[in-house]
Design a protein around this ligand. Structure first.
Ligand SMILES: NC(=O)N[C@@H](O)C(=O)O
Length: 283
């Protein structure tokens, strides 16, 4: 059973998915020519001049060396066929209740929708994310007695307490991934770093609505809700990430339960007349 945390009642309003607003959580992949606000990317000509090649549209870095198993990971490409979710009604609005979040501690994960165009407004998907809280000592009451949800390397040889603390990821002195007690200087690389072992900050959940001509990359270790498709039909996504086959290192889940008497976290998706599950004319 995954660890469980509770949340007070919160209604989250959706924003359009754009690279700047989504930057703390990952990247939006979209054609810079047709989407205003795409960060500048390097471009080269390709295919005898018949193609424009935008370089490094997302950052795919493998961080599995930080996992306790030290088992190497390789690239994995899967297809998720995601059906539209059932929505609940609240005050004449359609809402999606957020009851589970998950993260991939050591890898980014990219969802590329297939076969949808920008004009296909009847089908779209929600990207629901949360910041990661700083690590804090949790009581067994708070985490259901299941212990930390993040793998910490086990010592291989007898080492001093200080050495053992320095070996923990993230570093207990600096809450980053270095083995020094001095906080890491800003990295020269712009690779996003794993978010660390904290639980999701349920007070600051964000929800973005993505259209069919946008793909999304959750940054390494970013808490997110399992994919939420809205509208009329299933969306096929090609999903690219690293994986090493160690369940706890590939994916970690947490349940979010409503505080007593409350409704927990809901994402308000629109008027009840929108995003119905039955076929209807395109908008
Ligand atoms: N995001 C999502 O829908 N699911 C996953 O991240 C997964 O790996 O199961």
């Amino acid at each position: 059973m995954p660890p469980r945390i509770s949340s007070s009642s919160r209604t989250i309003h959706v924003s359009e998915l754009d690279p700047a607003s989504f930057a703390p959580f990952g990247e939006v992949i979209q054609n810079p020519i047709t989407h205003v606000g795409t960060p500048s990317l390097q471009t080269v000509g390709a295919n005898q001049g018949s193609a424009v090649k935008w370089l490094n549209v997302t950052k795919m870095q493998n961080w599995y060396e930080l996992g306790s198993s030290r088992k190497p990971a390789s690239v994995s490409m899967n297809m998720f066929v995601c059906k539209p979710r059932n929505l609940e009604q609240k005050d004449e609005k359609s809402v999606f209740p957020v009851k589970i979040m998950e993260r991939h501690p050591f890898t980014p994960q990219t969802f590329v929708p297939l076969g949808l165009s920008k004009e296909d407004r009847g089908t779209c998907y929600l990207v629901i994310v949360a910041p990661t809280l700083p690590v804090q000592v949790r009581t067994s009451k708070e985490d259901g007695g299941l212990g930390p949800a993040y793998p910490v390397p086990s010592p291989r040889t007898k080492r001093s307490l200080r050495e053992r603390l320095l070996g923990a990821r993230p570093n207990l002195f600096t809450n980053d991934f270095s083995t020094s007690t001095t906080p890491a200087a800003a990295s020269s690389s712009d690779e996003p770093k794993p978010k660390g072992p904290g639980f999701p900050d349920v007070d600051n959940v964000r929800a973005f609505i993505a259209r069919g001509d946008q793909a999304v990359t959750y940054g390494p270790g970013t808490w997110h809700a399992p994919m939420v498709v809205l509208g009329e039909k299933a969306i096929e996504f090609v999903v690219v990430q690293y994986a090493n086959g160690v369940a706890l290192e590939d994916c970690q889940e947490i349940e979010i339960q409503a505080e007593a008497g409350g409704e927990g976290i809901v994402v308000e998706v629109g008027d009840a007349s929108e995003h119905t599950m039955s076929p209807r004319a395109k908008l």
